[in-house]
Write a new protein. Structure first.
Length: 252
């Protein structure tokens, strides 16, 4: 898909350039032209099927005023703050692919993908997965199914793994097969949050952390609880975290 990246301040230029290079996207620097940046955006809006708007969400809402027409035809738009802390699918999450784009941006920047569409928000499970190199998608699926122990992949919101596994072909194929977004957690974050029931000497020696599947799942679902600790099957480790999706409203 043709992707545009819109900046509002030169301070975000380095971030924008890195994203543009990684995604093969067109980078817009509206301050270089004399007319209104908002008018420039309105003219460019339908020139791309996907947008990354590096700006505050309030600015993005004002930029979009009057532009969206239908979730079936509107370009996808993800808002990313200049510190790359949150990637928010603001427009065309499902049909346009903004949810998937938010995860792609998150993998590149370390941002948290703040997906708000109900279909994803109501899925309670996160899978943390670690694996030996070159494990197949079938191997990973068998391990995941075993760990779920009767729960289904349809209940899984996302898969989380460590950054060293971001390009693991079998893991990527497994996620694509089941349309599961892959959340990549930085090794430094895993090391800083040592939520590991049974530390692995092999993982510590080869990866530099005590474990992968449990901390990755818990980092990805910070209000969740570990319902399946690390399970291992044929070189694949899986942990399952269930999110607490009940909204507790205090009594008046």
């Amino acid at each position: 898909m043709s992707t545009g990246i819109w900046l509002v301040r030169p301070d975000a230029l380095d971030l924008g350039q890195r994203l543009a290079e990684a995604l093969g996207a067109t980078l817009y620097q509206p301050w270089a032209l004399p007319d209104s940046p908002r008018e420039q955006f309105r003219r460019a809006f339908h020139q791309h099927r996907q947008w990354i708007a590096v700006m505050a969400s309030g600015i993005a809402v004002r930029y979009l005023d009057g532009l969206p027409a239908s979730k079936y035809t509107d370009p996808a738009l993800v808002v990313l703050d200049e510190a790359a802390r949150f990637a928010i699918p603001l427009l065309s999450g499902h049909e346009g692919g903004a949810n998937a784009l938010a995860y792609a941006v998150a993998r590149l920047t370390g941002a948290v993908p703040a997906v708000t569409t109900a279909t994803e928000a109501l899925k309670p499970l996160t899978l943390g997965i670690g694996c030996r190199r070159d494990k197949s998608a079938d191997d990973i699926e068998r391990a995941a199914t075993s760990a779920l122990n009767g729960r289904t992949l349809a209940e899984v919101r996302e898969v989380a793994t460590i950054d060293l596994k971001a390009d693991e072909a079998g893991l990527l194929e497994f996620c694509a097969r089941h349309e599961l977004p892959l959340r990549v957690i930085a090794r430094a974050d895993v090391a800083a949050r040592a939520w590991v029931g049974q530390p692995s000497a092999w993982v510590q020696q080869n990866v530099g952390v005590d474990g992968v599947c449990e901390p990755c799942a818990l980092i990805a679902s910070p209000r969740g609880r570990l319902i399946v600790p690390k399970t291992a099957l044929d070189g694949v480790t899986v942990a399952v975290v269930e999110d607490n999706i009940e909204m507790k409203v205090p009594n008046p």
